[in-house]
Design a protein around this ligand. Sequence first.
Ligand SMILES: Cc1cc2nc3c(=O)[nH]c(=O)nc-3n(C[C@H](O)[C@H](O)[C@H](O)COP(=O)(O)O)c2cc1C
Length: 364
Amino acid sequence: MTLAQEIMELARWAPSGDNTQVWRFEFLAANRVRVHGRDTAEELVVFDWGGIPSLLSMGCLIETAVQAATLQGCRVDVNWLPDPGPHRYLFDLAFRHDTGIAPSPLAVGITTRSVQRASLSRRALRADEKQALVAAAGEFQLIWLEGKQRAATARLNYNFAQPRLTMPESFHALSSAIDPDPHARYSHDRMPAGCFPLDPLSRRLMLWALQSWPRLHSLNTLFGTALTRLQLDLLPGLRCAAHMALIAPRLPCTRADHVASGRAFQRVWLTAEQLGLRLQPEYTPVEFCRHVHHGLTITKIASIQNRIERLAADYAKLLAPIPEQRCLMLLRLGEGPAAPARSLRLSLADLTVLSSSSSLKGNS
Ligand SMILES: Cc1cc2nc3c(=O)[nH]c(=O)nc-3n(C[C@H](O)[C@H](O)[C@H](O)COP(=O)(O)O)c2cc1C
């Protein structure tokens, strides 16, 4: 393997929304890779508005490459190139040996870091743990949501999950993200059903319902969503050390802002991993509230749209006096075992494209 391949072999473990792995790699030289990125705004619509979550993921990839490169004593130069088309991105990563670069202690967590969606310890975070996470965030700020605010955040996520599960606009995002095998503990390109903390019957029902929108709609109408949300959102939200909001230093607007946000997010996540803390992103409130802030319609169902708008006000209250638009990610965290089921990644060979022209097919 070349130097660039060694580094990208590790960097491919970067997290991405729903494990979409919105990148393909074109190895240009032993020390240089061209990343062909894409966003999923056209497919996932409200769940990747403006391609922002995909750009966060690309920031995670860059940060992971930077951390992985330290193991080779290398620094990384990032060079963005003109977009090859709508929803497409191109950037080069060049790796240069530098005697000033020591192996980063965060790099060991690159492959073990994984979402833990189940209950975690309620032990409060120690001051040294908070300090390490704050240092990792750099110019980004962390807000701790503990005690009563932990319960308020759990309730907020529980409430936001109702529109997420019941609006027709969610169906494609939900059904394409989850591996339909009820026994799957691993998935190379999606999320295995086993990574969701659901009782076996609810898991089977969820997978059955995700086969078609009429099924999901009938299930929601017959049984409601309370039991699913209780297991996925409320209980884990109450059973954790804290929730945490990652706050940008200014309103994130540009591509560079979103990529920098992704880099900070991944630094914090790898630091949590180093501390033995598990973490789960809680992105739905962030995403939905961005739409509300911009006056956009999330769903054609007026009653659900109204509900989301009311919930957006609760979210703003939770983060006040910080303007909620500066929150780039909401997370829950705490001590706990690694998740028994997790997303894996496509192999480096599968992620590799030979030239710019073949990348468009490979990355669809
Ligand atoms: C921008 C972004 C948003 C995410 N939002 C959520 C979320 O709302 N809930 C969740 O459980 N995981 C979320 N994730 C985690 C991804 O689903 C996860 O990283 C991916 O499936 C790969 O799994 P792994 O991190 O366990 O390796 C998010 C990740 C990213 C990068």
